[in-house]
Design a protein around this ligand. Structure first.
Ligand code: UDP
Length: 326
């Protein structure tokens, strides 16, 4: 049985990856410090003999007994609200955390796949964004802690690949949605659906003309799985190229939820990218991958998930998690 370590295994993407690797017959070790992850995302796996959970901060030395075939580094806060609340941890997990993963990979002779992001392109001047574009990032803005950590993560991963000959893969993930997103993580989809369910107006930042391209989580996981098993070490964009303005997106959520509330405009956050759309030519050519789930289908599944959550969660404080300042 092949063995995979998934850091951030209790998070939104990490937990879906745990499910996928379990389904594929792997022994899965999930690691998470639970700052932004949630054990409820993986509690259905605890009964399985081929699943283990380590409550550990990947920024500290990692010890995993036994062999490892693959390491997937998905630990990181991943929403603008999180970067503002926990900027130091965001930088540490993308620097010290990946360093530990790469060291572990060398010892275990494992292949490493890292979760990078469309944020490496910053507020892009090239549209749609191909992997060759180097980006337009403000290192000292509020998003800098995330963007630069992820850029560093790509650089150190590539250095281990070229200097140590380590097998590495880099996925640049564009906006992704689906069940297990945190209702209070500040991202646009949980924000809009949460507001609709509470009977509040939907807060559009700026004039809503900024664009994003939303990928359903199952499509993303398929792309990541294919990339891991491929022999391609350069970065690959995985995302859905169907682009939409945030205002249109709000209107879709109003229609989906049937809320009688309306869109209201709020100030645009600093350095909020104006447009974002992945160029997925490489993913198509190298992995034979493209997204399959339409936004209509994916949003319905996601809405049903949020509707099924306990009511108190819907009304819980916007951000109420304990986190260490270290
Ligand atoms: N956004 C919004 N209202 C909200 C939350 C977000 O209009 O309540 C906007 C945000 O300014 C951004 C887009 O939606 O332009 C996507 O935001 P998100 O935080 O989901 O992701 P990112 O900016 O990292 O793509």
């Amino acid at each position: 049985m092949k063995r995979v370590l998934i850091t951030g295994g209790a998070g939104f993407l990490g937990s879906h990856l745990c499910d996928r690797f379990i389904k594929e017959g792997y022994h899965v070790i999930a690691m998470d410090n639970l700052i932004t992850g949630d054990l409820r995302n993986i509690e259905h796996l605890f009964k399985l003999p081929n699943f283990e959970f380590y409550h550990h901060d990947v920024s500290k030395f990692i010890h995993v007994p036994g062999e490892l075939d693959y390491i997937l580094h998905f630990a990181s806060p991943a929403s603008p609200i999180d970067y503002l609340k926990i900027p130091i941890q965001t930088l540490k997990v993308g620097s010290l955390g990946i360093h530990n993963c790469l060291g572990l990979a060398r010892v275990k002779n494992a292949r490493v796949l890292i979760a990078s992001t469309s944020e490496v392109y910053g507020d892009p001047n090239v549209h749609p964004q191909p992997e060759e574009y180097w980006g337009n990032v403000n290192p000292v803005g509020p998003r800098g802690v995330y963007d630069e950590a992820k850029r560093f993560q790509e650089a150190i991963t590539m250095a281990y690949h070229t200097y140590h000959g380590l097998e590495t893969r880099i996925v640049r993930i564009f906006n992704t949605y689906g069940p297990r997103m945190r209702l209070n993580d500040g991202r646009v989809l949980p924000a809009f659906i949460g507001q609709a369910l509470r009977g509040e107006d939907l807060t559009v930042f700026g004039d809503g003309s900024q664009t994003r391209s939303f990928c359903y989580v199952d499509d993303l996981v398929e792309g990541i799985y294919r990339l891991l098993l491929s022999d391609y070490a350069q970065p690959v964009n995985i995302g859905n190229p169907v682009e939409i303005t945030i205002k249109q997106f709000g209107e879709e959520i109003i229609k989906l939820t049937g809320t009688s509330q309306k869109l209201i405009l709020k100030p645009l956050p600093v350095d909020d990218p104006k447009q974002r759309q992945p160029d997925i030519t490489k993913a198509k050519a190298i992995l034979g991958w493209e997204p399959k789930v339409s936004r209509e289908e994916g949003l319905k599944i996601t809405y049903d998930y949020f509707k099924s959550l306990p009511e108190e969660e819907l009304y819980a404080a916007a951000y109420n998690r304990e986190f260490s300042k270290k």
